[in-house]
Ligand binder design. Structure first.
Ligand code: ADP
Ligand code: MG
Length: 264
């Protein structure tokens, strides 16, 4: 089972879109995919047709068990989606209270990671969507994953958010055996705007080692898909956004191969 998280301490940068697109592409290839919504806003939960305001159980339930997550609880929380190969661990608005409650207590950093071990045999991929703020949820996402994707909107001030995210990562890495590998993905790219072009240039200059060399263009079909709750991979195959996500997936899969198998 491979676990990837998509995070950035900034909203509206394409985190949820990235999770849904990658999940859809993997699921179309026949992979069993679990998507985990750790954002209290529950955009991804809504995307897949469930209402985060009225769900009685959600990923929040895991956090009511500080030490061991009871056997079977993780599986019991999963919901079906419109794609037969994608299951959803939904968010709910109660997740927002988590940040307040547990910030004082600590000891909640590995809850998701422990819960996922119960699902080891059931999924090839777990993709985690995280909230745009540093807190218990994001720490759980970073602790549970083996690869991190950081979408960065190619827009003014985007680099500030990225700096914060990389700083958070440094902090998290102090308690990991190995530094968490990460890939920066330029998103919402509009070649007609100076802001997009100059942000891309700055990323290439400052973060060359961790940057995916291409970008996800602005594609209204992706926005429409999110309104319709349609998994992007089911869009017209020639949609530019879908083609870009397909290339990104190939890159991430190559990155996640064990190092000795990597072609130099
Ligand atoms: P986040 O999860 O970081 O807040 P979202 O993935 O929800 O960001 O994206 C924010 C908004 O931008 C959504 O309305 C989404 O449909 C839209 N969007 C995301 N990526 C693209 C894209 N490549 N082209 C057009 N619209 C996009
Ligand atoms: Mg989101």
């Amino acid at each position: 089972m491979k676990v990837w998280a998509v995070s950035n301490q900034k909203g509206g940068v394409g985190k949820t879109t990235t999770v849904v697109a990658l999940a859809g592409l993997l699921a179309d290839q026949g992979q069993r995919v679990l998507v985990v919504d750790l954002d209290p806003h529950g955009s991804m939960t809504s995307y897949f047709g469930h209402d985060p305001d009225s769900l009685t159980s959600s990923v929040f339930n895991l956090f009511q068990h500080k030490g061991q997550v009871p056997q079977g609880l993780a599986a019991a929380l999963l919901l079906d989606t419109s794609h037969e190969n994608i299951k959803l661990m939904p968010s709910s608005t109660s997740l927002a209270t988590l940040e307040r409650q547990s910030a004082m207590q600590g000891g909640y950093g590995l809850v998701l990671s422990r819960a996922l071990t119960q699902l080891w045999d059931d999924y090839e991929f777990v993709l985690i969507d995280s909230p745009p703020l540093l807190g218990v949820s994001m720490i759980n996402a970073l602790a549970a994953c083996e690869q991190l994707v950081i979408p960065v909107q190619t827009e003014f001030l985007a680099l500030k958010g990225l700096e914060r995210m990389v700083h958070t990562l440094d902090m998290v890495n102090r308690s990991r055996k190995q530094a968490l590998p990460f890939t920066i993905v330029p998103t919402l790219f509009d070649r007609r705007t100076q802001a997009s072009l100059s942000t891309l240039r700055a990323l290439r200059h400052d973060y060359a080692d961790h940057l995916w060399q291409a970008y996800i263009p602005i594609d209204t079909k992706l926005r429409d898909a999110s309104l319709a709750g349609l998994v992007p991979s089911r869009l017209d195959n020639s949609a530019r956004g879908v083609l870009a996500y397909r290339a990104l997936l190939r890159y991430l899969l190559a990155q996640s191969l064990p190092r000795r198998n990597k072609v130099a």
